[in-house]
Design a protein around this ligand. Structure first.
Ligand code: CA2
Length: 150
C-alpha cells in the first residue's frame, strides 16, 4: 500500500505569512510544507504537498490521490463553502480524508460556518494554526496505521 499523504491547499493560502497574521499567523506555506515533510518522515510517510488557486486543479489532485495516496489532508480555503465539484471529487476517494482550517472558522463571520466538505470528511482539524498540519499528519498516520515510532 502507498505511504503517501496528499496535503492539498486551496486559494490564497500561498499568501500565508504575508497578510492577515492576526487570523492566519506568520508561518508561511513553505514553512508548513517543511513541517509536514519532517513530521511525516518520522512517522514513515511521504508527503505530496500542493497549493492551487484553481478549483479544477484541486479536483485533478484528488483524482491523482485516488491512485497515489493513502490519505488526504485538505485545506480547501474558500472552496470549503462553495464547491460541489470538490465535494463530489472527495466522495470518490475512499481512504481517510481530513478537512483542515488554520483559523477557527466557527468563531468568524457566518459565511465561514457552513462547510460542504465536512459532511464527507473522516475528521476535521480546525483552529490549531499552522500546527494543525502536523497534528493532522499524526492523526492520519494513526488512521492509516502501522506508524513508525514518533
Ligand atoms: O483558516 C483556514 O485555513 C481557512 O481555510 C482559510 C481560508 C478561509 O476562506 C477559510 O474560511 C478558513 C482563506 C485563506 C486565505 O488565506 C490568506 C492567507 C494570508 C492572507 C490572506 C488570505
Amino acid at each position: 500500500m502507498t505511504r503517501t499523504i496528499f496535503v492539498l491547499n486551496g486559494p490564497n493560502l500561498n499568501l500565508l505569512g504575508e497578510r492577515e497574521p492576526t487570523i492566519y499567523g506568520s508561518t508561511t506555506l513553505a514553512d508548513i510544507r517543511q513541517m509536514c515533510l519532517a513530521r511525516a518522515k518520522t512517522l514513515g510517510f511521504e508527503i505530496d504537498f500542493r497549493q492551487t488557486n484553481f478549483e479544477g486543479e484541486l479536483v485533478e489532485s484528488i483524482h491523482q490521490a485516488r491512485k497515489q495516496a493513502c490519505g488526504i489532508i485538505i485545506n480547501p480555503a474558500a472552496y470549503t463553502f462553495t464547491s460541489i465539484a470538490l465535494l463530489d471529487a472527495l466522495k470518490t476517494f475512499d481512504p481517510p480524508k481530513i478537512e483542515l482550517h488554520i483559523s477557527n472558522v466557527h468563531a468568524r463571520e457566518e459565511i465561514y460556518h457552513k462547510s460542504l466538505v465536512s459532511r464527507i470528511a473522516t475528521a476535521i482539524m480546525i483552529g490549531f494554526g499552522a500546527r494543525g498540519y502536523e497534528l493532522a499528519i499524526e492523526a492520519m498516520a494513526g488512521m492509516v496505521g502501522a506508524a513508525k515510532a514518533a
